[in-house]
Design a protein around this ligand. Structure first.
Ligand code: AMP
Ligand code: ZN
Length: 112
């Protein structure tokens, strides 16, 4: 998608602190971290939001979670939170599917 911020990061048109990459996924540090570790995992294929995950493309959701688990093994052995925000009302601001990996501090529940 030409004008999508995260597609631009995938194409290296915008810099990011990349922590993991494979054929289908890119992971980079959130520019405005909400915890000592705050990493975003995105599919290289543009999908607008979790609401667009369906039978045909759902494999990518599992790949994002397993990549997050792999990253967290080293960086967050005590635990972490995974979040998909879906829609503006839930706090989604970038409309390219992304999984937040958060940790390194106690995380409140329920969230605000
Ligand atoms: P969400 O609010 O769930 O849509 O999450 C979007 C996230 O992208 C926010 O946590 C932002 O801080 C983060 N973000 C926005 N622009 C950038 C960027 N250029 N590099 C890294 N993270 C970004
Ligand atoms: Zn995109």
């Amino acid at each position: 998608m030409d004008n999508c911020l995260f597609c631009k990061i995938i194409r290296r048109e915008i810099p990011a602190e990349i922590v993991f990459e494979n054929e289908e996924i890119l992971a980079f540090r959130d520019i405005n971290p909400q915890a000592p570790e705050h990493i975003l995992l995105i599919p290289k294929e543009h999908i607008n939001s979790p609401a667009e995950i369906n039978e045909a493309n759902s494999r990518i959701a599992g790949s994002l979670v397993s990549a997050a688990a792999e990253i967290a093994k080293d960086k967050l052995p005590d635990g972490y939170r995974l979040v998909f925000n879906c829609g503006e009302i839930a706090g989604q601001t970038v409309f390219h599917l992304h999984l937040h990996l958060l940790g390194g501090r106690s995380l409140n529940w329920p969230p605000g």
